[in-house]
Ligand binder design. Structure first.
Ligand SMILES: *[C@@H]1O[C@H](CO)[C@@H](O)[C@H](O)[C@H]1NC(C)=O
Ligand SMILES: *[C@@H]1O[C@H](CO)[C@@H](O)[C@H](O)[C@H]1NC(C)=O
Length: 277
């Protein structure tokens, strides 16, 4: 980051004649602090504007050209899959969108996306419409186009290995058998270094296969329990963008008092055998 800043500062010095006016033209960008990548005013050369935006970022520590966070919820498109376990990522995105009044309604790069602010931090919310196992086609393009730093890409998805309604936030990791995550890692050139918020859906009953389990809907009682999980997830997202990933991970991953009490009662997930789903 320091090296990058240095380079940008010296290249903008070369351009200083241009930069004076460029700064004014870019004021709107700097003020709103939203830099979604290519939203430069059309009246000026993109390069000059970019230099101006970057030099103001350098001057203003990291605050100026703030890159958005990209929160991606995984699921399958279509009515048939609505409300199923495999779509719990979509539901978490809907909960964030509603609470933060971000309209998630435009179609871009095979996803339904919405852009907005949480506090004064720019965020994008996305629900890939590719079908689960091709989610990476959408996510890879969103990340590349909007130049999202991988540590600000947060993928939200259903996890068979976590007890029902439990959340876990990790900075990186494998796909754990999840077809959506597998596709995303494939399309990020095998990088696994992006955060993920996993939502526990529990394990299928003995007689049921993983696929049929994840494509089943939640019961009424499960839905109620999940509402609390979504509220907690929303808190986690707010902490993440305002106070950083680590604070949020501590918030999410530290067992709650009730969990501690119930720990000896709750059935441990018996088999850690990996299943693909
Ligand atoms: C996704 O799954 C569908 C149906 O199971 C299959 O036809 C398709 O080839 C898969 N696509 C990818 C990218 O794996
Ligand atoms: C976050 O936590 C990780 C691992 O615990 C640590 O290496 C890293 O320095 C922390 N980052 C910040 C910004 O505190």
């Amino acid at each position: 980051m320091r090296i990058l800043t240095g380079v940008l500062a010296s290249s903008s010095a070369l351009l200083s004649g241009v930069v004076g006016s460029a700064s004014a033209a870019c004021a709107r960008l700097a003020f709103s602090r939203v830099s979604y990548g290519r939203a430069y005013p059309s009246s000026m050369p993109a390069a000059a504007c970019k230099a101006a935006a970057s030099s103001s970022a350098a001057a203003d520590a990291d605050a100026g050209a703030q890159k958005p966070w990209l929160f991606v919820g995984l699921g399958n498109p279509g009515r048939m899959y609505k409300g199923t376990r495999h779509n719990v990522g979509f539901e978490m995105i809907d909960a964030i969108a509603e609470a933060e009044r971000i309209s998630v309604s435009s179609k871009q790069f095979k996803a339904i996306v919405g852009k907005g602010l949480i506090g004064d931090v720019p965020v994008m919310l996305a629900k890939p419409q590719t079908f689960m196992n091709a989610s990476g086609e959408s996510v890879g393009q969103l990340v590349a186009y909007f130049k999202i730093p991988l540590n600000q890409l947060v993928v939200i998805y259903d996890d068979l290995d976590l007890p029902f309604a439990k959340l876990r936030l990790l900075p990186k990791g494998g796909h754990g058998g999840h077809n959506g995550m597998r596709s995303i890692i494939d399309h990020l050139k095998q990088s696994r270094n992006f955060p993920r918020l996993r939502i526990g859906i529990g394990r299928p009953p003995e007689e049921m296969g993983a696929i049929s389990f994840v494509l089943r809907s939640f019961s009424k009682q499960e839905k109620e329990e999940l509402e609390m999980t979504f509220q907690r997830g929303l808190q986690a997202v707010r902490i993440m963008v305002r106070e950083g990933f680590n604070k949020s991970a501590t918030f999410v991953n530290t067992p709650q008092p009730l969990e501690m009490l119930n720990r000896c009662k709750s059935p441990h997930i018996a088999s850690k055998r990996r299943v693909d789903y």
